[in-house]
Design a protein around this ligand. Structure first.
Ligand code: NDP
Length: 337
């Protein structure tokens, strides 16, 4: 998507560092909006649809991967309303069109800096364009971590996945592997055990890091085999997709397991770094929201979707939380009027 040229609607000089600098640096505000949404996944677009229909005239910064994580998956079969499934790209394109239909202004670019210390909030895009807003909705999502193997990259979307709930169904009655030893890996392995014939859980240490309850579930499931102290060396396959994984044992011995699906479950990284100077996160970087709402520790800044959800991480839950964020924003703005 080509970078949009932003027409500076009005130029308002701000003195950004009066006390510390001898020379005053003037920055220009490209635009002041009521509601600024950061992120273009299901959470961001849903909040835009709701905010736009509530006449908040939202502006949405779409980020580095327009459409979010769903654009990296193929078929989405669990988003309600699509009896025959929908591709990730088509779903996101539809959400985008729906947001645009109600006049959401969509800006290409990434947020490189924010200042939430006072109102109006300031958001810099691509380091150079400054926007001001009365409220901000953070919907920047999370990025699945991958092992970093070349073969993993090669088979992404044709055997390699980072979401069992999204893609597990395609491996019905087949043998698959899950890599990781935390709660996500155990949860994914357990989920896949109900669909697949056999699930290998590849764990690099000699123990699982997951909670006791989750471990018990894994050990009790007959068609899950845990391979402790195994590392993934290479994912192998051909034009039709993955057909095996080469593993190395502690003594460097190599083995090959035959699988058609390889699920990476070694954690996610919430995309919250840029907000951390102002917004409270937990120890793993997920934004903390007040239970049952999208409210962050800064009044007027809301968060929705995967950036604040380590448990569910589904397109439909992200969309639902985007709706909550827009409603919270609308109420906040009407209270401060
Ligand atoms: P974690 O960080 O807890 O676990 C990551 C796992 O992946 C670890 O076992 C780690 O191994 C392994 N790993 C990391 N890098 C590699 C690598 N390069 N090669 C092989 N293995 C690797 O991430 P999770 O996503 O599992 O969980 C994140 C948080 O979310 C946790 O707090 C968890 O409790 C929570 N969660 C809760 C759920 C629930 O309550 N239902 C469900 C899912 C998550 P090692 O142990 O050796 O470091």
């Amino acid at each position: 998507m080509p970078f949009k040229i932003i027409i500076m609607e009005f130029f308002k000089p701000i003195d950004i560092n009066k006390s510390n600098e001898k020379t005053t640096k003037i920055e220009y505000v490209s635009k002041h909006v009521k509601c600024l949404i950061i992120g273009s996944g299901p959470a961001g677009y849903t909040s835009a649809i709701y905010a736009a229909r509530a006449n908040l005239k939202p502006m949405l910064i779409e980020g580095i991967q327009s459409g979010g994580q769903l654009t990296t998956t193929t078929e989405v079969e669990n988003f309600p309303g699509f009896p025959n499934g929908v591709t990730g790209n088509e779903l996101m394109e539809n959400l985008r069109k729906q947001a645009e239909r109600f006049n959401t202004e969509i800006i290409s670019g990434i947020v490189t800096k924010v200042d939430f210390s006072k109102k109006p909030f300031k958001v810099w895009v691509n380091e150079e364009t400054l926007y001001e807003s009365d409220s901000v909705i953070i919907a920047t999502g999370a990025t699945a971590k991958y092992l970093g193997l070349e073969s993993e990259e090669k088979f992404k979307g044709s055997g390699v996945s980072a979401c069992a709930t999204c893609d597990g169904f395609f491996y019905k009655q087949q043998d698959v592997a899950v890599v990781g030893g935390g709660d996500t890996a155990c949860e994914e392995a357990t989920y896949l055990s109900g669909i697949c014939r056999k699930v290998y859980l590849i764990v690099r240490k000699d123990f699982l890091r997951a909670s006791k309850a989750m471990q018990d579930r894994v050990f009790k499931t007959k068609n899950i085999e845990v391979l402790f102290e195994h590392n993934t060396k290479e994912i192998v396959g051909d034009l039709s997709g993955v057909n095996g994984v080469v593993l190395t044992k502690k003594n460097n011995e190599e083995i090959k397991i035959s699988v058609t699906g390889f699920f990476v479950a070694i954690g996610h990284k919430p995309n919250s770094d840029v907000f951390k100077p102002f917004i409270e996160t937990d120890e793993t970087g997920y934004i903390i929201t007040k239970q049952g709402t999208s409210k962050t520790n800064v009044e007027g800044v809301f968060a929705c979707g995967d950036v604040q959800d380590k448990h569910y991480r589904q397109a439909v839950t992200a969309a639902g939380s985007g709706c909550i964020a827009a409603i919270d924003t609308e109420r906040y703005l009407s209270e401060i009027k």
